[in-house]
Design a protein. Structure first.
Length: 336
């Protein structure tokens, strides 16, 4: 099977026109410069990494929230033979008992991003509202570090946090892994690793428009080609950076592309949300469906007219506010 072939059972027939973008999102999506998040090539990766963020990244002062949070930076042992893994640890100051912790993995298509980008602001907002600690991991990026480097970095950071929970004031029974886009895909992969290695018993996985399937051949991937904030061509660049020539082939690990997992039983409860007008729609719906079929718990939201990463692109839109509220409500119920 080639990297661009349509696999058996993937609904290879014709698809209709793309769903319309939500009216509040359309002006922002239309104003994205060519090559900003779609229609780029591997040669553009250095330029994209150097481009200024569309919104300012939160500073230490922002994260301290007037003394409500204390910050620390740790470098913890990485995978065998690999560099240490940087962690940004944010813990509420007013709580003396161990607190629940959101272990955050940033987005960026596997090729860009940092601890404070790729959905971090929204996740930290949830934590601040609910009194959670946040730990954000800085994993190595592809193509300089292909699979399994990025996911192993993330898993190493998680196991260190679980092993040092008492000194950090974190409740190891209430560890949640979460992220957006590539961070959502890596979060799903970390949950699979934790299950299969007998690692930290995660309380949940918060998967925002997760990047799950290297085959890049779903109806939504084809339907949204050339449109939105992360299209099929961009997706091919990200997955090829991570997997090289193996992308789309028969031997891709589920710890690289969680959609490849044949067994989704025994996973922590999942929250999965995605827009109806984005590349990842169908792979994310399929992942939630397969969790249910395996007897697991998953809450799925498909937001009408939502583009990829819309809660970060246009956080003030009514659709974004509703999506963020749904994430927060799930966290609240999960930790009640």
């Amino acid at each position: 099977m080639t990297a661009t072939s349509v696999r058996e059972g993937s609904d290879a027939g014709q698809v209709g026109p793309p769903p319309p973008f939500d009216a509040d999102l359309l002006p922002v999506i239309s104003a994205l410069p060519p090559g900003a998040l779609a229609g780029f090539t591997a040669d553009d990766i250095p330029r994209m990494r150097q481009a200024p963020p569309r919104a300012p990244l939160p500073t230490d002062e922002d994260l301290r929230r007037g003394g409500a949070y204390e910050l620390s930076n740790e470098r913890v042992p990485g995978p065998s033979g690999a560099p240490d893994v940087p962690l940004l640890i944010c813990r509420p100051t007013a709580v003396e008992t161990p607190v629940a912790c959101l272990y955050y993995i940033h987005g960026g298509g596997m090729i860009m991003g940092s601890q404070r980008s790729g959905g971090f602001a929204g996740m930290f907002g949830h934590a601040a509202e609910l009194g959670l600690a946040v730990v954000s991991v800085e994993y190595r990026l592809a193509p300089e570090t292909p699979h399994p480097g990025p996911v192993e970095d993330c898993y190493a950071g998680l196991t260190w946090i679980a092993g040092h929970a008492a000194e950090l004031g974190i409740d190891p029974a209430r560890l949640i892994v979460g992220g957006v886009s590539a961070g959502g895909g890596l979060s799903a992969a970390v949950a699979l690793l934790a299950r299969d290695r007998g690692g930290p018993a995660l309380a949940g996985q918060l998967l925002g428009c997760p990047m799950l399937d290297d085959r890049n051949d779903t109806p939504s991937a084809r339907q949204m080609a050339g449109l939105g904030a992360w299209d099929r061509a961009a997706n091919a660049v990200g997955w090829t950076a991570l997997l090289g020539d193996a992308r789309g082939g028969p031997d891709v690990s589920p710890y690289a592309a969680p959609a490849r997992a044949t067994d989704l039983s025994g996973l922590p409860p999942a929250f999965i949300d995605v827009g109806s007008a984005e590349t990842f729609r169908d792979e994310d719906v399929a992942y939630a469906t397969r969790i249910w079929q395996a007897g697991g718990q998953a809450e799925l939201h498909v937001w009408p007219g939502g583009a990829h990463g819309f809660t970060g692109l246009v956080p003030g839109a009514a659709l974004s506010r509703a999506a963020l509220a749904a994430q927060r409500d799930w966290l609240r119920r999960l930790l009640a």
